[in-house]
Design a protein around this ligand. Sequence first.
Ligand code: SF4
Length: 286
Amino acid sequence: MDSKNNPKNARAEAWLRYADELSLAPFYLDRRAQVATPDLASGLAGAPAPGFQTAEMPRGTSTPPAASPIPPPPAATAAFVPKIAAPSLFEERVEHDSLDRIRLDITPTCTRCKLHKARTQIVFGVGNPKARLVFVGEGPGRDEDEQGEPFVGRAGKLLTDMIAAMGLRRKDVYICNVVKCRPPENRLPEKDEIAACSPFLARQLAAIDPKVICCLGACSAQTLLNTNQGISRFRGEWFEYRGVKLIATYHPAYLLRNPAAKSEVWKDLQKVMAVLGLQPPKRTKP
Ligand code: SF4
């Protein structure tokens, strides 16, 4: 049989095209080449903001250096066959996809990556399925793992305050994470875990079709922008993810440890508000 007409080859090529669209190529290429690359989380967290109430947090790292434009993502030039343990649900585009269908596809017993071992439950996402604004974090923490909802701990309270400062309610937006299961000890998700779970995020974003995606922290931004650069290099700048405007800002957990960074985050949120035509709520006199 002609290799061009071989159904296996055609299927592999279709997978490659789709993986490339999902920005997963580098993950698989890295795994195949067994090359150690910088930790995805290396740039997580950032600098110094006002307004939102705070406290403290379990993750985030040091203050990042100055910003510069993000370079184009590396091109996937070599053919590759992803090595995943289980059959992928994402070999083809999912027609008429919906959040309910994605949740069913994940299943409550998903074992596609090692994060299933320590989780209490899958934390899928919450909010308006037709939201114009989606916030994407990195992964569930302890409170989220217990309650099954993203951003419900102290960082979650701060995110809720940030959303309110934008003149929105939590139920107006959609909130989710790159990985749906809690990484042990609240560590950052690893590349193989992101590779296994991020297709679900890609489907969530496609199903919601928001006007703006706001990445919270380096992990989600690096995943969706297909870069290893630290968030400080591109925080507050506009990008495009599959036709949707994307901006990255610091994770609320980072702000709990670095309240001074709130002013930078507020500037980023104001950019989002401008795109969405939002006005901050008027303050009522006490
Ligand atoms: S993180 Fe995602 S891929 Fe991994 S076990 Fe949980 S739901 Fe499955």
